[in-house]
Structures are given as structure tokens and as C-alpha cells.
Design a protein around this ligand. Structure first.
Ligand code: NDP
Length: 239
């Protein structure tokens, strides 16, 4: 039984990989460029007694990603869980947002969803089992000023995951979304977080492990009748 986690070299994806290993999954770790970080996550997976495989590719790149996913299914069969986590920000207000920043964010989050899930889902349907968990964002739920591109991408993957949930439910597959709020990772390290947490009812950043707990639950046997849902992990920022 293996799980594929995209963007698993750092931050939330790394925490998810470690958590799923603890929960008994072998883990295929996708990342873009950071080999050293991915290797240290792989070491943690192995230390938890599971197998780890590195699968570097840029999920925004359609041809290489779809080929890599097709080869993965041929090599290892259907994944028991797929976590669509890889994502980037290119913040700026729309009036000044370069087209490249619009395209890059959409290609990574929304393109990545299609490029990864599409080649895998046929085998998962045949297996009549499997979990898809998409990491969205509170920005995709409420819209965030300065993040029109990111809010659009995250809102789109929420809708895509809900639609997928309806397509695959008859075969016993589930598809759910985890929508984090402000989480302490490289993505947020240059933001004015001391100011931003004032808007969070819990008055603090979340941790990557707190997001990973929600993903672990949604991939667990106990979540077998939960599908098409959006689970916020946001300290009360959006309810
Ligand atoms: P980080 O920037 O800390 O880590 C991003 C990870 O994604 C890295 O492993 C990186 O790989 C990988 N990655 C980025 N682009 C690609 C790509 N094109 N192809 C493959 N892998 C890629 O981000 P976070 O851990 O903070 O975020 C993880 C997810 O959670 C994202 O989808 C983000 O939008 C979402 N999120 C984060 C929040 C936060 O506050 N941090 C809040 C809400 C949602 P490499 O190391 O090789 O660069």
C-alpha cells in the first residue's frame, strides 16, 4: 500500500509524507528541485519502517508529469492515497499582476491536479479503493486580496475535488480537500505574520503537522464515508 504526495520535500508535504509513513503507507515523494530536502524526508519515512521512493518532476509540466504518473502506475500499481499538495504563490494585486505569475500559479495547483490525478485515477477505479486529498487554502474559500491568482487556483481545485468525489464514489473512492489557513513553512516565512495572526481567532500560525493530521485522518479507514468535503485547518480564520 503506497501513497503519492506531491511537493513532499518541504513544509506541509514533508509533514504529510512522514505522517502517512507512520500510518503504514509506503510513500512516493514528489518534489521539484530540492533533492537534499527530499532525501531527508525519505530517511524519515524509512525510519518509520516504510519504503520511500523519490519521484522528482515539475507538476506544472504536463508531458513529463503525466508520463511519470503513467510509469508509476505501471511500476507499482494503483496508489492507495494521492495527496495533491505542490503549490506556489506569486502574490501581487491584480492591477499589477504579470501574466507569468497568473500562469505559474494556475499551472502548478490546478494543472498539477490534472497532470497527477488523471493518469492515476483509472487504476484506482479498477482497484475500487483509494483516497484523493487536495491541499487547497483558506484563500480559495474566502478570496484573499493580493492573491487573485492563488485564490483562483485554490478555489478551482476545491471544485475539481468535489466534482471528482461524485465521479468516483460508486467505486468506493473518496476525494476530499484540506484547506489550511496560515501555516508556518517556507511559504509564509517572509510574510508579516505577527500582524496577520491578529486576524486568526487562535492568534497563532498552524504547524505543518497539524495539517498532516487532517490528511492522515482522511486517508484512514475511519474516514471511509467522508467524501467531497472541505476540512479547514485554520485556527478559526474561516468557518
Ligand atoms: P513550501 O513552499 O514550504 O513547499 C512547497 C513544496 O512544493 C516543496 O516541496 C516544493 O518542492 C514543492 N513544489 C513546488 N512547486 C512544485 C512543482 N511545480 N512541482 C513539484 N513540486 C513542487 O509550501 P507549503 O508547504 O507551505 O505549502 C504546501 C501546500 O499547502 C501548497 O499547495 C500551498 O499552497 C498550501 N498552503 C500553504 C499554506 C501556508 O500557510 N504555508 C496555507 C494554505 C495552503 P522543492 O522543495 O523541490 O522546491
Amino acid at each position: 500500500m503506497y501513497a503519492l504526495v506531491t511537493g513532499a520535500s518541504r513544509g506541509i508535504g514533508a509533514a504529510i509524507a512522514r505522517r502517512l509513513a507512520t500510518d503504514g503507507f509506503d510513500v512516493v515523494l514528489n518534489y521539484r528541485t530540492n533533492l537534499a530536502a527530499a532525501e531527508s524526508v525519505a530517511a524519515a519515512v524509512i525510519a518509520a519502517g516504510r519504503q520511500a521512493e523519490l519521484l522528482p518532476c515539475d507538476v506544472a509540466d504536463r508531458a513529463t508529469t503525466m508520463a511519470a504518473m503513467t510509469a508509476l502506475v505501471e511500476r507499482r500499481g494503483a496508489p492507495a492515497a494521492v495527496v495533491i499538495n505542490a503549490g506556489i504563490t506569486r502574490d501581487g494585486i491584480l492591477a499589477f499582476l504579470p501574466a507569468d505569475d497568473w500562469d505559474a500559479v494556475l499551472a502548478t495547483s490546478l494543472g498539477g491536479f490534472y497532470h497527477v490525478v488523471k493518469p492515476l485515477i483509472g487504476a484506482m477505479l479498477k482497484a475500487r479503493a483509494g483516497r484523493v486529498v487536495t491541499i487547497a487554502s483558506v484563500s480559495g474559500q474566502m478570496g484573499n486580496a493580493g492573491q487573485v491568482n492563488y485564490s483562483a487556483a485554490k478555489g478551482a481545485v476545491i471544485a475539481a475535488t468535489k466534482a471528482l468525489a461524485r465521479e468516483v464514489a460508486k467505486r468506493g473512492l473518496t476525494a476530499n480537500v484540506v484547506a489550511p489557513g496560515l501555516i508556518e513553512t517556507d511559504m509564509t516565512k517572509d510574510l508579516p505574520v505577527a500582524e496577520m495572526v491578529k486576524a486568526v481567532p487562535m492568534q497563532r500560525l498552524g504547524t505543518a503537522n497539524e495539517v498532516a493530521s487532517a490528511v492522515g485522518f482522511l486517508c484512514s479507514p475511519g474516514a471511509s464515508y467522508i467524501t467531497g468535503q472541505v476540512l479547514g485547518v485554520n485556527g478559526g480564520l474561516y468557518t
